[in-house]
Design a protein around this ligand. Structure first.
Ligand SMILES: *[C@@H]1O[C@H](CO)[C@@H](O)[C@H](O)[C@H]1NC(C)=O
Ligand SMILES: *[C@@H]1O[C@H](CO)[C@@H](O)[C@H](O)[C@H]1NC(C)=O
Ligand SMILES: *[C@@H]1O[C@H](CO)[C@@H](O)[C@H](O)[C@H]1NC(C)=O
Length: 902
């Protein structure tokens, strides 16, 4: 089954010399402006995502060229670093106060040399683009970093990564790593980049608390898929996930003097709501918009809960109500309301003032105990009849609502005065949402309704002892599927514990959630982002200050603005108040990156007229260039503002069932210590470790991990040290890979492909031969790539990325306890039946039976819960795994997987 081949040894003796390949020397089919490496690395820790995009580009021409860097990032993110590296020099963007940046560079601006380089594209993304002139036969590296706190919506967090390098790339990688201490309960990888054709370019590995998603498409795959073309692939990788919530009082994390508290109880009954929809039917709504609105309303009425009460107001210059009082959502009432909706026709002007006040009055007259009132306004235009001064309307509405319930404003299309809606919503503890005029507008409307469809708590107030500089701590409503996040500073580092108290009103009682946590137990943080909780705090604080600022005026506004600015400068975030100044090497040219305003139309200056998604290379003639200036209006983001509705003094009631922490990864003391020790999960895993096992770990063995994509726990098995293993063979593509083990990993690995190619890796160097030419590389080499028709090698510090036909393997060189060894990580392999070797087992499925028994197909064995290091990643994380005999996973005896000679 496994064969030893000696062809490479032969050809090496025939040509007794070695060539050291230069970066581009033998490259045949490459672009003149060659993006030879494009990496996106996203690390999510406790919902905070830090993403780094690195693009390495070579100008392979004998004259200088303009090289563009153009990427799209989520609107919700703040850019926080941009760096260009050329000829050993680094050019870093500098974050400055917006006005200062504009003034300082106004000379450049007046010469037309400065350009706004971030613009808004579509619903969720912003585009960052810049360019630089690269000398003949030179290279440039662009690196952009952005950060965002993932927001829970409809029960999930979503990480969206857009990739469109605009040409095929030899070394294309997206690496996502998610670490959530409470455990990951749900994971789905979607988006254009995870389609059938690209499925084998995506690998997903997960353990209880961690997820790795790696997307490594070959050049061929980058041109052969739904979202691919001759200019490479273009699309999104979307990762949706949710976390475990075993502790109803929420999850706390702290490090370096900051904490964050995620509060999203699930074990709560829904609260009946009183909802009034105020619907614009002015002339501008005619056609598809009014039709989509009718469809969405019919659907929403179909979903409304029986115990809810509802009302409908339609308006143009004239206000109509379906019924003057709110009515229960009974079958009969819903039928009548649907008939009313079907008759909504467009006509007349837009009297927002009277319509909203009508809705407010209906809710105010309809007070129900233990219910949640919500007012939803849908409009597509600016007020132009009745009271049409936005400031007066805002004042009228604020006074009428009096802080009693939230107002949500849905702005349909781009003719609305979105700032007006935003201010009105934020002043009334709601938020404004843009509905994009598109074929799915009805779904957007329904999607928004779904977010607020199920109130679980009202009048939520979160308190922390021993903390200050807290982000928003009062919220009017908590809806199912969302999450309340509070961050703050721990006042006293010698403080031994942090106490959290959340009081809120639920359907049946006043709730108090209390937790008491030792600060020393709030660990579990990745070393590379030690201060990420501080960054979460800064990110949230800036977002909330910017929202607060919208609803304020005069000195108060200036104060809030100043606070937000100080933080944005300290943490180097590009926000509506700050800009990033990028100074380029040639001609002292400067660009200023501003955060665009929500809904800002993209203006294209002449230098941006190049078709999007193509790398433009143009000879620089040294003439000044015209650029685009973006406006300096702040972006306003949506979030509920504090609402002090009722006397919040909790009437102390018997502890409801949901107070009992079932299990928490956090140790608690005081009244709850009783429960904390009886942790369900703890006793479960303790029991497993005590199980007797038939196959003890090998004393002198090397442990291998096998990920089972559909299962949360990986399997592992031991192989005796010093074995010579057949790792992977594919007779149909004439490929083989064998390796010799030492006591920790591999000392020597040999790959053979077709009749002529061979690649030999040992701990000192990497040797490649195509039968005629030979090359030797060292592991410490800087980024280097070599490519022929069917073989590609990319060498980076302690890492070699090899593609041979449809097989892609990354080799890592690790060092542990003084021993250096290699480890292969198969990224892609064909799915045919003839694949053999210890690493040939892809898509393993197993079943976990009671009593620590693992079943694969018809075989089952006792397993032991163990730990091992995952050397298939450069970071070598330690994972838990089910240790099973190798016979179970490899489906054969060891002799079938060993070779006598590499
Ligand atoms: C991704 O970024 C993290 C944090 O900067 C780093 O530790 C990790 O090694 C990077 N991963 C890759 C594959 O570059
Ligand atoms: C660049 O190379 C082309 C041919 O490949 C040649 O015609 C041209 O003169 C060269 N230009 C310079 C500046 O050397
Ligand atoms: C909240 O949503 C989850 C699904 O996301 C659902 O299982 C649960 O029943 C909902 N709770 C209520 C009270 O509707």
């Amino acid at each position: 089954m496994c064969i030893t081949m000696d062809r490479a040894a032969l050809s090496l003796t025939v040509f007794g010399f070695l060539l050291v390949w230069s970066v581009s020397g033998l490259n045949k089919q490459e672009n003149e402006i060659d993006i030879y490496s494009f990496h996106i690395n996203s690390t999510v820790t406790s919902r905070y995502a830090i993403t780094i995009i690195t693009s390495r580009v070579a100008n392979r021409l004998n004259e200088s060229k303009e090289v563009h860097f153009q990427v799209q990032i989520p609107k919700n993110a703040f850019i926080n670093r941009f760096r260009m590296t050329m000829e050993g020099k680094m050019y870093d963007g500098v974050v400055k106060e917006k006005e200062e940046a504009q003034q300082q560079y106004s000379q450049a601006v007046s010469r037309g040399e400065s350009a706004g380089i971030v613009s808004s594209v579509g619903r969720t993304l912003e585009e960052f683009k810049t360019s630089v002139t690269v000398a003949a036969f030179s290279k440039v590296t662009f690196e952009l970093t952005y950060e965002e706190l993932l927001k829970r919506q409809l029960g999930q967090y979503q990480l969206l990564i857009n990739a469109q390098p605009m040409q095929t790339v030899a070394d294309f990688k997206i690496d996502v790593y998610i670490h959530e201490n409470p455990g990951i309960s749900f994971l789905a990888v979607n988006g254009g980049l995870n389609t059938k054709e690209l499925a084998n370019a995506v690998t997903i590995t997960r353990s209880d608390k961690e997820v790795w998603v790696n997307f490594y498409p070959t050049r061929e795959q980058q041109t052969n898929c739904d979202v691919c073309g001759p200019t490479g692939l273009k699309g999104d990788l979307i990762i949706n996930y949710d976390v475990e919530r075993q502790n109803p009082s929420g999850a706390l994390q702290a490090s370096e003097g900051y904490f964050v508290h995620y509060f999203a109880p699930t074990d709560v009954q829904r609260i009946p709501k009183n909802v009034v929809f105020v619907i614009d039917r002015s002339g501008s709504m005619s056609g598809r918009k009014i039709q989509q609105t009718r469809e969405a309303l019919l659907k929403i009425l179909g979903d409304i809960s029986e115990e809810d009460h509802f009302g409908l107001v339609t308006f143009d210059s004239h206000i109509d109500v379906w019924n003057p009082e709110l009515l229960p959502a009974s079958e009969g009432n819903l039928q009548k309301a649907k008939d009313f909706v079907r008759m909504i026709r467009d006509r007349g002007y837009t009297n927002i003032n009277d319509a909203v006040l009508k809705g407010v009055e209906m809710i105010n007259r309809h007070q129900r105990e233990r219910s949640a009132s919500i007012l939803i306004l849908l409009t597509d235009g600016a007020p132009n009849t009745g009271e049409s001064d936005p400031i007066k309307i805002q004042a009228n509405v604020k006074k009428a609502i009096g802080g009693k319930f939230p107002l949500y404003c849905l702005g349909f299309g781009f003719d609305v005065n979105f700032e007006f809606l935003q201010k009105m919503a934020l002043e009334n503890s709601g938020r404004a949402v843009r509905i994009y005029e598109d074929s799915d507008a009805d779904l957007q409307l329904q999607g928004f309704y779904e977010e607020v469809a199920t109130p679980l708590l009202t009048d939520i107030q979160l308190n922390y002892t021993g903390a200050r500089n807290l982000t928003q701590t009062t919220f009017s409503h908590y809806y199912n599927g969302s999450e309340i996040v509070v961050a703050g500073q721990i006042t006293d580092n010698s403080l031994e514990s942090l106490q959290t108290t959340v009081i809120a009103i639920s359907r049946n009682s006043n709730m108090i959630y209390q937790d008491f946590v030792f600060t020393k137990d709030l660990a579990g943080v990745l070393p590379q982002h030690e201060n990420f909780i501080e960054r979460i705090w800064a990110y949230l604080t800036i977002k909330q200050l910017l929202e607060k600022e919208v609803a304020l005026s005069g000195q108060e506004k200036e104060k809030i603005r100043g606070d937000a600015l100080d933080l944005a400068l300290k943490y180097k975030f590009v926000t509506p108040l700050t800009s990033m100044v990028v100074t380029k090497p040639q001609e002292e040219e400067t660009q200023v990156a501003n955060k665009p305003k929500e809904g800002e139309k993209t203006q294209r200056s002449h230098r941006q007229q190049s078709p999007p998604n193509t790398v433009v290379s143009r000879i620089i003639k040294g003439s000044p260039r015209k650029g685009q200036l973006s406006k300096t209006v702040p972006v306003l983001k949506k979030k509920a503002r504090p609402l002090y509705a009722k006397d919040m003094t909790p009437r102390v009631s018997p502890i409801p069932r949901s107070f009992v922490p079932l299990f928490s990864s956090i140790k608690t003391k005081g009244p709850h210590s009783l429960f904390a020790n009886g942790g369900v999960v703890l006793s479960d895993s303790a029991a497993r470790i005590l199980q007797p096992h038939r196959h003890p770990p090998l004393v002198n063995g090397v442990r291998f991990l096998i990920s089972a994509p559909n299962q949360r726990k990986p399997l592992c098995y031991d192989v005796p040290a010093a074995s010579k293993l057949c790792l992977l063979t594919d007779p149909s593509s004439d490929f083989s890979m064998n390796g010799r083990l030492s006591s920790k990993g591999f000392k020597h690995i040999v790959l053979r492909y077709k009749t002529n190619h061979s690649l030999t890796l040992n701990t000192n160097n990497i040797r490649y031969s195509d039968g005629l030419n030979h090359a030797i590389f060292t592991w410490k080499q800087g980024p280097t790539n070599h490519e022929t028709a069917s073989v590609s090698l990319v060498i980076r510090n302690n890492e070699v990325d090899v593609t041979m036909g449809s097989i892609r393997i990354v080799f890592f060189r690790h060092k542990k306890n003084g021993e250096t060894f290699l480890w292969p990580s198969v990224q892609q392999q064909p799915t045919n039946q003839n694949i053999k070797g210890t690493l040939g087992t892809a898509n393993l499925e197993y079943e976990e039976l009671p009593g620590s028994v693992i079943k694969i197909k018809d075989k089952q064995e006792m397993a032991t819960w163990s730990n091992t290091t995952d050397y298939r990643r450069s970071s070598a994380p330690v994972l838990g795994c089910w240790l099973v005999p190798f016979q179970l996973v490899l489906k054969g005896e060891l002799t079938e997987f060993t070779v006598s000679k590499l």
